[in-house]
Design a protein around this ligand. Sequence first.
Ligand code: GDP
Ligand code: MN
Length: 395
Amino acid sequence: MNIHEYQAKELFTEFGIPVPAGKAVQNVEQFQAAVDSISGEKIVVKSQIHAGGRGKGTFTDGYKGGVKVVDSKEAALDAGKAMLGNTLVTHQTGPKGREVKTVYFTEASAIAKEYYLAILLDRENSQPVFIASTEGGMDIEKVAAETPEKIARIHVDPAGGLHPFHKRAVAFALGLTTKEQLKQMDKLLTGLYDLFWAKDCALVEINPLITTPEGDIVALDAKVNFDSNALYRHPEIVALRDLGEEDPKEIEASKSGLSYIALDGNIACLVNGAGLAMATMDIIKHFGGNPANFLDVGGGANEQQVTEAFRIILSDPNVEGILVNIFGGIMSCKTIALGIIGAAKNVELNVPLVVRLEGNEVKEGKKLLDESGLKLTSADSLADAAKKIVELIQK
Ligand code: GDP
Ligand code: MN
């Protein structure tokens, strides 16, 4: 789960990571008060969307820059008005872009140098890792591809926790080695590690982290991503969730305890288990098709959940065919069959449907489907199912 920059910066403040003062607002009436609350003439006006690359982004009406550093309060109001309600396209939003519903006004900082600093989970050795680079403010993927030697990785053994030597290693990798800089980095890195650990983050990224001409180290941008599997222990984080930034179908699915992932093809996949979902998508691709989504009903879905799953995948206008691929373990094929029949009663099934059932109570499941009078194509194997759905949508 992602949150907005202004929310991430509130967490930064809570954990002692320095950020510029600012105010986030959702409507124009609040602009003046927000701008007046900022000291100094220079103000940064920042579009709040769940995507990076805002500075270099362009709005659909041609207005350039989702992050603007301006010289006066009047210019800040104008920039805010240009952004609010407008749709920002960045290299991370896709061509459709994202509507800006919140504008964040912050104090402007003078920049001596920009750095990149992040902490994330290294899945290869199961340890948190700091990623630090002197090439801040840039696309870190580009730095990794072109000048990988400019990226330092400092692992922290979670059993031992964060030690002063880790923090010194990060500070030295960034060349922040004066006594004063080491002192500031010590506090900042402690906060960063504690935040990452305490809130079950998957990623905390500061790009750019800056030094000011006065010698202060400040986080100018903030991105925090949380491990969704741990959200149950952080109601305060769930409260920060902005449903407006998420795919409505994914939200509906999660309400029913299902996981739905939108893709850009035309074949909907209803499966049980993430591994089977991957295999199903691979084999659809192998036979020349393209998945529109996959909906994982998990191990223990009931009939209502399966019906809901069908309703969700059919609400996607790109869907031209459905492939149901179930391997019944705990899940009974009978439940799936009843769910499909239930769904067909409530929603019109106007696209080809291929069903492959295997495993627990498969005979009973197939019998139910046969007797239902539903128009569907049965398949015997995964390959057979994929081949059939690809053929059917080409007709
Ligand atoms: P992003 O483009 O979505 O990553 O948004 P950022 O918050 O990183 O802002 C983009 C760029 O705007 C930064 O890399 C900085 O170069 C610049 N910027 C942001 N805030 C300030 C500021 O307070 N002062 C100055 N001089 N530049 C800023
Ligand atoms: Mn940034």
